[in-house]
Design a binder for this molecule. Structure first.
Ligand code: PGA
Length: 307
């Protein structure tokens, strides 16, 4: 029995791997015997483990951006409330500010609510801004910061975004911290430089990484229908995890969820989710359709392997 339980899964550094699925490794005689033992003990069902490089729970966020009306949001909330969502996923939606209270009051507790932005400090004479305290007051748990639309359309810079993140975290909000390169930066071979610089400006100011989810969102993939290939996304996610390991700590590298965003939909989510370093998604357009968003949440199933 002890032999069986040591068979799978194995931890290999940060990576959780299942040798049974690794064709490159020939089976030893002992492994062969173990697998026969497993097969013959038919009364004990196979356990499913999540094959992820990090140790954090799968996380899927829906960024509704500047979309919706009272009526369309009522319908979306009702679709989400009746959706069947896998249990081992943290699910968050980010409605526009004016609908946050409506959504929070009507949405199932299974799904948490996020804002799409917050002010850099305590509220006061800042026309048009919304403070972290106000967000907490209406039950908001998260805020998306550093989104490329705020960086490149509104003109927010690393320092400003860093201030917002530090303030929100200090006040107890979770932060979905977005990073990602422009198309010309990718073409110039600067993807890692850009992502690491954006990561560093978070790392320099945040009090802790406990409440941060990193969203890697290549700007060329956002709202364009041009999704990164699973390999392109995985390559950057590994590099981000490695950066955290070298510049923050091994523990933070393992625990911090690194989610992918950019044209994720119900059809491409499964292949992306299979990548070991993709710990979930930040979804824009496809999060406006309840059933499709549920499909994306449930893509966690494709990460499960038999143990
Ligand atoms: P998209 O947006 O899924 O519509 O590309 C993703 C995002 O901006 O978070």
């Amino acid at each position: 029995m002890a032999m069986v339980s040591t068979y799978c899964p194995q931890f290999n550094g940060l990576r959780r791997s299942c040798p049974k699925l690794d064709n490159a490794q020939p089976q030893s005689f002992l492994q062969h015997i173990n697998s026969q033992l497993r097969l013959s003990s038919s009364r004990k069902p196979c356990r499913a483990v999540i094959a992820m490089a990090g140790s954090g729970k799968f996380f899927v966020g829906g960024n509704w951006k500047c979309n919706g009306t009272k009526d369309s949001i009522t319908k979306l909330v009702s679709d989400l409330n009746s959706a069947k969502l896998e249990t081992d996923v943290d699910v968050v939606v980010a409605p526009p500010f004016v609908y946050l209270d409506q959504v929070n009051a009507t949405l199932t507790d299974r799904i948490e609510v996020s804002a799409q932005n917050s002010w850099i400090g305590k509220g006061g004479a800042f026309t048009g801004e919304i403070s972290v305290e106000q967000l907490k007051d209406i039950g908001c748990k998260w805020v998306i910061l550093g989104h490329s639309e705020r960086r490149h359309v509104i003109g927010e810079d690393d320092q400003f975004i860093g201030k917002k993140a530090a303030y929100a975290l200090n006040e107890g909000l979770g932060v979905i911290a977005c990073i990602g390169e422009l198309l010309e930066e990718r073409e110039a071979g600067k993807t890692f430089d850009v992502c690491f610089q954006q990561l560093k400006s978070f790392a320099d100011v945040v009090p802790s990484w406990d409440n941060i989810v990193i969203a890697y969102e290549p700007v060329w993939a956002i709202g364009t229908g041009k999704v990164a290939t699973p390999q392109q996304a995985q390559e950057v996610h590994v590099a981000v995890r490695d950066w955290l390991k070298k510049n923050v700590s091994e523990e933070v590298a393992s625990k911090t969820r690194i989610i992918y965003g950019g044209s994720v939909n119900g059809s491409n989510c499964v292949e992306l989710a299979k990548q070991e370093d993709i710990d979930g998604f930040l979804v824009g357009g496809a999060s406006l359709k309840g059933p499709e968003f549920a499909t994306i949440v449930n893509s966690v199933i494709s990460k499960r392997v038999a143990a």
